[in-house]
Design a protein around this ligand. Structure first.
Ligand SMILES: Cc1ncc(COP(=O)(O)O)c(C=O)c1O
Length: 378
């Protein structure tokens, strides 16, 4: 087996943690020609309008405002609700979650995560609320839903806003309710590494027409009319090429998620009963999107540390990623904050040392999954 393993991994192409799904080029060329001929490249063009409508239908939400990327959507979401002061957030995410607060001059206050979902722990939120707290910015990390009802209850009790960073989710539902319906706003990313991609891209989901209008103004320099500017808005508009790709991707997305699900099932089957290794299972009643496949390595029980396994996989041309290591609170920009101090978020500090995301994407070759399982099994 060892020889076979080395032969496959030594001679073949590198396997990355993800690879974007793209529809057949011919399908996109039709859209390209139309955009070329029309000369309407951006600024709420017909594909932009069509994609907002199509996404609302597919995702089961009322209003969507498209963005050039998820980071600017997060920055704008905070501005749309005039969030100030302090915001409670998770350290276990991609750094853009906290950067969006920094760009708005808001102080991030980190709160620990739960051991079973790696999402913000609702039981630890109240202790972090101060008179300056105005909002909570949780992340549905790896696409797995936060405890949305508990978070809503706390937010309602304390009069806080909730903005979900839903950048890892696409089409996720709990008991048939779209996860995007929770919170005052939910922010999506359509970056190339995501389940659903428009090259770069993002969106804000909101529930009222007036909010959508304000968000639309903010992403277009603050223009509320031809000669009226109501805020120092940014340029974060999605262009027609991105929107056209988005429309095409919607035709394929169910198949893409189904293929990801099959890979997750294969990993779970192959990796069960390995001492010191755990992974997340599907939650009853939840439709998942399988954006990542994280495993956790307990170095005391597993034969190697997480980093040793990560290096071992690399030697076989398999490039997992340590999402999310280090914690956002451990980066130099944020580690000076009181809430970021080591020892304050014991669960997050442990998870960040143990987690490794394995390759998962529709075109992952069938022979690679047993190979990865074999390397991990040792
Ligand atoms: C949790 C999270 N938030 C925000 C972002 C930023 O999105 P974008 O890359 O589209 O700016 C990303 C990823 O890219 C992410 O994973």
């Amino acid at each position: 087996m060892n020889e076979e393993r080395n032969a496959i991994s030594g001679s073949e192409k590198p396997v990355w943690v993800t690879k974007p799904y793209l529809p057949p080029l011919e399908e996109f060329q039709e859209y390209l020609r139309d955009i070329w001929d029309s000369r309407w490249l951006t600024n709420n063009g017909k594909y932009h309008q069509a994609l907002e409508k199509a996404l609302c239908e597919y995702l089961g939400v009322k209003y969507i405002s498209l963005f050039s990327n998820g980071t600017l959507a997060l920055v704008t979401a905070l501005q749309a609700l005039r969030i100030t002061g302090e915001v409670l957030t998770t350290p276990f995410s991609f750094v853009a979650t906290t950067h969006a607060l920094w760009w708005n001059n808001i102080k991030p206050v980190f709160v620990d995560i739960e051991p079973d979902t790696f999402n913000l722990d609702p039981n630890k939120i109240e202790a972090a609320i101060t008179p300056k707290t105005t909002a909570i910015l949780p992340v549905h990390v790896y696409g797995n839903p936060c405890h949305v009802e508990s978070i809503k209850e706390i937010a309602d009790t304390y009069g806080l806003r909730v903005i979900y960073d839903a950048c890892h989710t696409f089409g996720v539902t709990i008991n048939d309710i779209p996860i995007l319906k929770y919170g005052d706003l939910a922010v999506m990313s359509f970056h190339a590494t995501k389940v659903y991609t428009t090259f770069e891209g993002g969106a804000i989901v909101c529930h009222e027409e007036a909010t959508k209008k304000r968000i639309d103004n903010l992403k277009n320099f603050g223009f509320a009319g031809e000669t009226t500017v109501v805020a120092p808005g940014i340029n974060a508009k999605m262009n027609e090429f991105q929107a056209a790709l988005g429309l095409l991707q919607l035709k394929h997305i169910d198949k893409v998620i189904e293929q990801r699900k099959l890979i997750a099932q294969q990993y779970r089957e192959g990796l069960k009963n390995i001492s010191g290794l755990r992974y997340l299972d599907d939650t009853l009643g939840t439709k998942h999107c399988y954006s990542y496949f994280p495993i956790l390595i307990d170095k005391k029980k597993f034969s190697k540390t997480r980093d040793e396994l990560y290096e071992e996989l690399k030697r076989h041309n398999i490039f997992g990623r340590r999402y999310f290591y280090p914690l956002i609170s451990q980066f130099s920009t944020y580690c000076g904050l009181e809430s970021a101090q080591i020892g304050k978020m014991l669960v997050a500090e442990k998870v960040t040392e143990e987690v490794l995301c394995l390759p998962i994407y529709p075109e992952l070759e069938n022979k690679i999954i047993p190979l990865i399982i074999d390397i991990i099994s040792g």
